[in-house]
Design a binder for this molecule. Sequence first.
Ligand SMILES: Nc1ncnc2c1ncn2[C@@H]1O[C@H](COP(=O)(O)OP(=O)(O)OP(=O)(O)O)[C@@H](O)[C@H]1O
Length: 545
Amino acid sequence: MAAGAGAGEAGLCDAVLLAPLTEETFVHNLHVRYKRDVIYTYVGAALVCVNPCRPLPLYTPELVRAHLARPPYTLPPHLYAITATAYRWVRDRNESQCIVITGESGSGKTEAARVCLQCVVLAGGAAGAGGALVAAGTLLEAFGNAATPINHNASRFGKLLDIEFNFKGEPIGGHITHYLLEKERVCRISEDERNFHVFYQLLAGADVQLLKRLKLQRSAMCYRVLVGSCGGAPPRTPHPAPRPISRQDTKHFQHTKDAMARVGVCASRVLRVLAFILKLGNAEFEPTHNIDGSIGTHLHHHYEVWEACELVGVDARSLLLALGAEPASLDAPAHTPDHADSEPGADQAEGSAEWARSLRDRLISTVYSRLFTWLVGAANQALQSDGTTRTAELGILDAYGFESLSHNGLERLLINYCAERVQAAVTGATLRREQREYCREGLPWRALPYLDHEANAELLDHGPESLLGILGDVSAKGLDDDTFIQRLQRKRDRRLLVLPPDHFHAVSFACRHSTTAGGAMTWSEVAPHLLIIGVLFPAVNGRST
Ligand SMILES: Nc1ncnc2c1ncn2[C@@H]1O[C@H](COP(=O)(O)OP(=O)(O)OP(=O)(O)O)[C@@H](O)[C@H]1O
């Protein structure tokens, strides 16, 4: 460590130099620096960044060049220093590297990943795959990010970007691996959230002709999936408005279209699928008692379904049959009683309408998730190296941010679990490495007590009696949520608080988060998520940081 590093700065540039090193002194040091707009601080080989929540003049090509030209730790702490160090290992030693970025939602991970990418692209020179890498990032941000109460640009998927280099250190291609898109969002948002950015961009940025071709209205209020409500029937009266479509959305629509062109995606096909989702989301099903005494499901807004199907070449009658709505009910006037609850068979009728709604929601979220996967595939195709021999890779992992919202379902539980696992891997690796170093050098040291992330993660994933183990078992046997909650109750663990009938709290590194066991967690839904867990973490753990 160069003694002069950070000279003239407030506080200490490396928290390792703090004496005594306690949580209070550590936070105080960050605070002192933050007040002077110094957002970066080293902790040994790791870097802590405090989100400034406003643009700072910290990112220039000159600074990238300065960090590339100087050995590590000779300039004040910066993300460029971490990236330049990793880059030099790739270029000079042909050793693959990975930068792992963690933190809770809104802490600045995506911005940090952008800064790392900017540094790599500048370091590698104008030649190569820099443009395609940036375009792929823009595209996935439009389709995979959304505004939440915590962050107006929250990533709703995990992303590992592997940048491939040739022997000269030029980026020649790359590969994106995405993890668990929060697809539930497509059909269910709460009042203070937005759906994925691209929907608002489309409505704001499309010209009149395009809107007409897609049979869309300009206002987001016309689409149930863009209006904050926790699922259920669409609002009959105007709902509290989601954040209005902004001029930013209009501008970003152009960037998204440019990015699609850059990665070779046909924008018109993609936009038709988006319109299909918006319109099908408006289909509403209500229980009906037919004149012949039978019970059925009546479809409202059937023109939306017709138009939606026309856009993507799907047979509307077959789709409605699959959803459980009789095609006859499209034309024939159905009798929808005002007081359906009091009629015999009301439960059964409501059940079939509910079934149709739930199938509709699953369909649109699955279509969106497949569209997203297809876009990632297209981006990867565009990022394929040009045949030049790749010598090493630099990975940038922008994992999920921990968050606890008013309603947390299965997907958020898994997102938080991923954040926990990444945190456990990072803490374990850094602390273990420091301790090994102390031992190797024969230095006297006192073991530091630290939060046991591993135990928190194991509560969720270790063995058949873990939370996910029980969930998998219950789902595989087709048992209901009550059984799931009862089995959790039998588990005695101070990190788990079960609140019947349908809630439980699990402790994590960030806080205690409440999850609702919200029905229909079938094995077919749970299994792919568990598979992701099996794939993500060996990949992260197996790399050097
Ligand atoms: N280095 C920075 N400089 C200026 N603003 C920043 C910086 N880092 C983050 N921000 C601001 O904070 C916001 C949230 O950051 P970001 O989206 O990167 O968080 P995140 O950790 O990726 O969140 P999530 O896990 O929800 O995706 C950004 O939109 C930006 O306004």
